[in-house]
Ligand binder design. Structure first.
Ligand SMILES: Cc1cc2nc3c(=O)[nH]c(=O)nc-3n(C[C@H](O)[C@H](O)[C@H](O)COP(=O)(O)OP(=O)(O)OC[C@H]3O[C@@H](n4cnc5c(N)ncnc54)[C@H](O)[C@@H]3O)c2cc1C
Length: 400
């Protein structure tokens, strides 16, 4: 999602772009059941995807805007509520299947001039220098570029080839995901409860079902995957009992389940000679705040803005100063987010911190300023967010 968004934005800004992608996204088929991977896209990310030529496609297909979010402690007595209109927003975010966003972006790339697609193909070798990068592909082809943008995900082979190191925290947890139905449909609520072992989130889907992300210690996640549907629903029902407004209530069914490892990774730097990192290739965060792909889409927007600005000043787009500007901007944003999420997770883990946690939730829930600051960042509308996420169009940016 992040690499394709960056490619679409850069091509639409008039740069010549080549995309190397291992796997072409299959056509999105809305007659199939909802995919296991969904993401909560912030309003800022929606703006970025609109400028990348993908959001209109998304809005024509399966998607679910949500206006309310509830975060509660395991004992339910302390909770935080966020309502979009309270912050002058029409929505807090939109739940969309990752497959749909990938497909919509791919359609945009096919329709945008100035994009060369090398797909299916893979980066196999790399030589980078101040003069640019030479990328060797598995097919034997070679690409020469002024700037290489690595967007190859959490296990980025390109980051390793660039010799950029990362700090990494293993949470010893897996995120168990699945689509569940309740007798009373999800009323468009994003609900999360912090419990011993990790948070449980229900994200609303268009048809009243919910996509769940249940963070569990690794062994327990494996056990949950092995349960039959009835036993899994019974455990989930117990974990979710007494939720916001007594929703989700009785759970009626669950589709297939899967589990993904949860880690936090921060790259020491986001650039090397002739190359930059974006998206999960640069940073990975725990999904409890639903921010991973949102951070990545803001990287794509920020990179576009920095490169357009360099071109306007007739500077080299891969000059050290240009890449440092991008890297400092986005690394500091990712660090604030990653460490914030790490801290929240830490606060919710041990039983002994119960009092501190309840005090913290109580203080934040009474402080509109604290809630507003949180919402601004989570929706991609804080002051350090790229202009493209704050409603400035690519056309405006190119006119400046
Ligand atoms: C359980 C779970 C729930 C989540 N929920 C949310 C959420 O609600 N909101 C949110 O913002 N984030 C969420 N995230 C995080 C989000 O899924 C990731 O941040 C996002 O998918 C990263 O996108 P990306 O494009 O950077 O990387 P990827 O999706 O990993 O894409 C990498 C791309 O590079 C290609 N590639 C890899 N290697 C090569 C190579 N050598 N040559 C060519 N191509 C290559 C791959 O084919 C792929 O297309 C969640 C994560 C998990 C685990």
């Amino acid at each position: 999602m992040v690499g394709a968004a960056a490619a679409a934005l850069l091509a639409r800004a008039g740069f010549e772009v080549a995309v190397v992608e291992a796997r072409e996204p299959p056509p999105f088929d809305a007659t199939q059941s909802v995919g296991l991977r969904v993401s909560a896209f912030s309003p800022g990310s929606a703006e970025v995807l609109r400028e990348a030529g993908a959001w209109r496609q998304v809005e024509r297909q399966r998607h679910c805007p949500y206006r309310r979010m509830v975060v509660e402690d395991r004992d339910e007595s302390s909770r935080l509520e966020f309502d979009a209109p309270e912050f002058g927003l029409e929505r807090l975010g939109t739940i969309v299947e990752n497959d749909l966003v990938q497909w919509a972006l791919w359609q945009s790339l096919l329709a945008t001039g100035g994009v060369e697609l090398a797909c299916p193909d893979q980066v196999a070798a790399l030589e980078n220098d101040v003069g640019g990068a030479v990328v060797g592909l598995r097919s034997g082809a070679q690409l020469r570029c002024r700037l290489l943008v690595a967007a190859d995900g959490a296990d980025s082979g390109v980051r390793k080839l660039l010799g950029i190191r990362q700090q990494q925290w293993e949470y010893g947890q897996m995120g168990v995901v699945g689509v569940v139905r309740s007798v009373v449909p999800n009323p468009g609520l994003a609900w999360q409860r912090f419990m011993e072992g990790g948070p449980l989130a229900f994200l609303p889907l268009q048809d009243g079902a919910s996509s769940i992300v249940w963070s569990r210690p690794e062994a327990d996640a494996a056990r949950l995957l092995g349960l039959d549907e009835g036993d899994f629903l019974a455990e989930l029902r117990q974990a979710a009992a007494g939720g916001a407004g007594h929703w989700p209530g009785v759970l009626a069914g669950c589709g297939p389940r899967a589990a993904f490892p949860l880690t936090m990774r921060l790259s020491d730097r986001y650039h090397a000679r002739g190359a930059v990192l974006i998206g999960d290739a640069a940073h990975v965060v725990h999904p409890l705040a639903g921010q991973g792909v949102n951070l990545g889409l803001l990287d794509a927007a920020a990179l576009t803005e920095v490169l357009v600005d360099a071109r306007r000043r007739q500077e080299d787009i891969a000059a050290e100063a240009t890449l440092v500007r991008y890297g400092r901007w986005r690394r500091s944003e990712a660090e604030i987010m990653a460490r914030g999420i790490h801290g929240i997770r830490g606060l919710f883990m041990p039983e002994e911190l119960g009092l501190l946690r309840r005090l913290g939730i109580g203080l934040v829930s009474r402080s509109w300023t604290a809630k507003e600051a949180f919402i601004r960042r989570a929706t991609g509308r804080n002051r350090a967010a790229p202009a493209l996420a704050r409603g400035v169009t690519l056309a405006d940016l190119l006119r400046q």
